[in-house]
Design a protein around this ligand. Structure first.
Ligand code: SAM
Length: 356
């Protein structure tokens, strides 16, 4: 009853709730800025709405309203006297350019996921899931856009050196497979950097594999190939010296089988590098952490749901380190080292087999 409520607590929560809606709307504003090139135009220097619209070749009235939203939201600084907007350099680096700090493309996730809401609500009522095929092709584009710059900036210099001696082995020449490779940018970058090694990327998404092959052709890479292939069927031969998976285990239909198959396909001294969201398997340890609400939410909107669509395990995005360690152990990995990935959201699991 109303008189029993703590008024201040109610008000604070109402404000927090409206903050959720504001963040969602601002995410869509970021998506518009990214899609239209407005951030790049605004980053050229302080300007009024007319000038920024002209730089981007866009309609001034829309641009002005967009600028107002993002100035009110703390993205742009506004000078009332000159009616001009500026993008601080610290903000510009997160919204423009080719560095791994540019996060603008990740804003595509919200509209992509929201477009599937009616289907997801049906699953709340009837169970089941929404298959991967219903998320394509915009899911493929979103994944590529979200990870591409990260791979460009950090794969060779940040992820691979997490395993001592791995860059040297790649330089000499080893066999590498990437499970759930998406559009294959990680494989293509590694293949370019390490011409003595042989690379293969596997994914179920034929739209993703078409893009991966096209990029390998453009980059002139004789040592990278891609196959539309279900990695739950990865054979024990041929063996690989390095198997990787980037964000591609938790949404599997049958992750236990994929991990077992990965272990079975590793040669002597082989390493499996599993990159997965950084979380605990225990909700109580995730509460209050900055990225975990996003993980659980994206899980409902995609990762758990695509797995359940196939009658799968539905591990969820925040399956976490405890479950991952247990499952890797059950798959046959006797040594699992967990290290922070570059960037705060992911962990790198460095997995090895003992004597077999
Ligand atoms: C979250 S995405 C990550 C894609 C990619 N690693 C990246 O970083 O952009 C997971 C990928 O795993 C693929 N996938 C899921 N189950 C698979 C399976 N059983 N065999 C092969 N690929 C699978 C999906 O098609 C999707 O491209």
């Amino acid at each position: 009853m109303e008189h029993e409520l703590d008024k201040q607590r109610t008000q604070e929560f109402a404000r927090k709730l409206f903050g959720f809606y504001t963040s969602g709307v601002l995410t869509l504003m970021v998506d518009i800025g990214h899609t239209t090139g407005l951030f790049e135009a605004a980053a050229k220097g302080r300007g009024g709405s007319q000038e920024i619209a002209a730089r981007a070749g866009l309609d001034e009235r829309y641009v002005r309203e967009w600028l107002c939203a993002l100035a009110a939201g703390g993205v742009f600084e506004y000078d009332a006297a000159s009616r001009t907007f500026s993008l601080p350099p610290e903000h510009a680096v997160c919204l423009t350019g080719t560095s791994s700090r540019n996060l603008a493309a990740s804003s595509q996730g919200l509209p992509m996921l929201a477009a599937r809401l009616p289907r997801i609500v049906e699953c709340f009522r009837n169970g089941g899931g929404v298959p991967y095929s219903e998320y394509r092709p915009d899911f493929t584009e979103f994944m590529d856009a979200s990870w591409r710059l990260l791979y460009d900036g950090l794969l060779i210099k940040g992820f691979l050196p997490a395993v001592k001696g791995l860059p040297e082995r790649l330089e000499k020449g080893i066999r590498v497979a990437d499970l759930g490779c998406g559009t294959g940018h990680a494989i293509n970058l590694m293949a370019r950097h390490y011409p003595n090694s042989a690379f293969v990327g596997y994914d179920l998404g034929d739209d993703a594999i078409v893009r991966a092959r096209a990029e390998a052709r453009e980059m002139g890479l004789p040592n990278a190939r891609f196959e539309v292939f279900d990695v739950t069927r990865l054979p024990a031969e041929p063996k690989f010296d390095l198997i990787t998976s980037f964000d591609a285990i938790h949404d599997q239909r049958d992750p236990a089988t994929v991990l077992r198959r990965a272990a079975g396909a590793l040669g002597p001294d082989g390493v499996y590098l599993m990159i997965e969201p950084k979380a605990s398997s225990n909700l109580e340890d995730n509460i209050g952490k900055p990225f975990t609400p996003y993980m659980y939410g994206v899980s409902v909107l995609h990762c758990m749901t695509v797995s359940l669509a196939e009658g799968g395990a539905g591990l969820g995005t925040a399956w976490g380190v405890e479950t991952a360690r247990r499952m890797l152990g059950e798959a046959g990995f006797t040594s699992v080292e967990v290290v922070d990935a570059p960037g705060p959201q992911n962990s790198i699991y460095v997995c090895r087999l003992g004597a077999r």
